[in-house]
Design a protein around this ligand. Structure first.
Ligand SMILES: [Zn+2]
Length: 301
C-alpha cells in the first residue's frame, strides 16, 4: 500500500489534522479544540486525531506545526504566546512516545510555507516568501530551494518587523510592528481609528461591508493593503524572491487587499525586482498547514 503521512496544524483555537498521500493530496481530515493550559490534554488530543485518521493505512510519519518559536538544535518550544502549556516543552519527543511513529515539529508558518511550496502557489520556485494573515501575521521563507530557519530556528518573523517607529503597541513588546497593521486584529484597530464603532466589529464583517460598497470599510482595507505593500516591497528589495504567496483567514478579502498592496509595491520596490515577483493568493488555504506538516514528515523520513 502507498505511503501516507499525517499533518497536524496546532492553532490557538483549533487543531487541524489531515492524512495525505506521498504528494500531499488530502485523503481524510479531522479537527478538535486546542487544550491551551494542559499539556497532557494537548498530547492526548493530538494522539486521538492521529488514531482517528490512521485507520488501517500504514502511516510513515507525522509533521506538526506549532504557533511559536521552536529551537532548531534542541527541538524545544521556546514560547507559544497563545498556548501557554507548550512553553519549554519538547513536544516532538512527547508525541514520538505517545504515537510510536516518526514525528517532526516545525513553526506553524514555516509548515504552511512548506506546504504551499511543495504543492501550492510556490510549487517549482527556488525563492518564495509566504505570509499568513490571521489574528497575527506569520511568515515562512524558502530560499535557494530550502526552508530558511536562521541560526536558531527563529527566522521569518516578518510580522514583527517595524513599519511605523512610534506605531501601535505590539504583543511582542515593540511598537509599530507590521502585524499591528496587517492582521485581523490590526484591521479592527484601523477601523476604530476611522471611527467605525460597531462593537461586534471583526475583519470579516468589515470585509462584507467593503464588498457591499461601504466606503469607510473599503478605506480600511486600502490602508491595510498599503502596509502589506510596504512589507512586500521591503521583502522584494531584500530577497529578490520569485513569488510572494499570501494566505490566512484575512485573505477572504484577497484581491481587495492585494490590489492596494501591489500599487504600493509599484511605488516602492525596484521595478525590475518587482516585475520578477508576482504577489499571489495561497492555493492551499486553509489546508496549507496540515499539508505542509505531512510533507515535512515525508521529507524528514
Ligand atoms: Zn511585534
Amino acid at each position: 500500500m502507498a505511503a501516507h503521512y499525517i499533518g497536524i496544524d496546532i492553532g490557538g483555537t483549533n487543531i487541524k489534522a489531515a492524512r495525505t498521500t506521498h504528494v500531499g493530496a488530502i485523503v481524510s481530515a479531522a479537527s478538535a479544540t486546542t487544550p491551551t493550559t494542559s499539556l497532557d490534554d494537548l498530547v492526548a488530543t493530538v494522539t486521538k486525531l492521529v488514531e482517528t485518521l490512521r485507520g488501517s493505512t500504514a502511516i510513515q510519519g507525522v509533521g506538526v506545526g506549532i504557533p511559536g518559536l521552536l529551537t532548531a538544535a534542541t527541538r524545544t518550544v521556546q514560547t507559544s504566546p497563545n498556548i501557554p502549556c507548550l512553553k519549554g516543552v519538547h513536544l516532538e519527543g512527547l508525541l514520538l512516545t505517545a504515537l510510536s511513529l516518526p514525528v517532526v515539529t516545525e513553526n506553524d508558518a514555516n509548515a504552511a510555507a512548506y506546504g504551499e511550496w511543495i504543492s501550492g502557489a510556490g510549487r517549482g520556485r527556488q525563492h518564495m516568501v509566504y505570509l499568513t494573515l490571521g489574528t497575527g501575521l506569520g511568515c515562512g521563507l524558502v530560499i535557494a530551494g530550502k526552508l530558511y530557519r536562521g541560526i536558531s530556528g527563529y527566522a521569518g518573523e516578518m510580522g514583527h518587523t517595524v513599519v511605523e517607529p512610534d506605531g501601535r503597541t505590539c504583543g511582542c513588546g515593540s511598537r509599530g510592528c507590521l502585524e499591528t497593521r496587517v492582521s485581523a486584529t490590526g484591521i479592527v484597530l484601523t477601523a476604530r481609528e476611522h471611527g467605525i464603532g460597531d462593537p461586534s466589529l471583526s475583519a470579516s464583517s468589515l470585509y462584507q461591508a467593503a464588498v457591499s460598497g461601504d466606503s469607510g470599510a473599503l478605506s480600511v482595507f486600502q490602508e491595510t493593503g498599503r502596509f502589506l505593500g510596504i512589507a512586500c516591497a521591503n521583502l522584494i528589495n531584500l530577497l529578490n524572491p520569485e513569488v510572494i504567496v499570501i494566505g490566512g483567514g484575512v485573505m477572504a478579502s484577497g484581491e481587495l487587499l492585494l490590489t492596494s498592496a501591489r500599487e504600493e509595491v509599484r511605488r516602492r520596490a525596484f521595478g525590475p525586482s518587482a516585475a520578477d515577483c508576482p504577489i499571489v493568493q495561497s492555493q492551499l488555504w486553509p489546508d496549507a498547514g496540515t499539508i505542509g506538516g505531512a510533507m515535512l514528515a515525508r521529507d524528514a523520513s
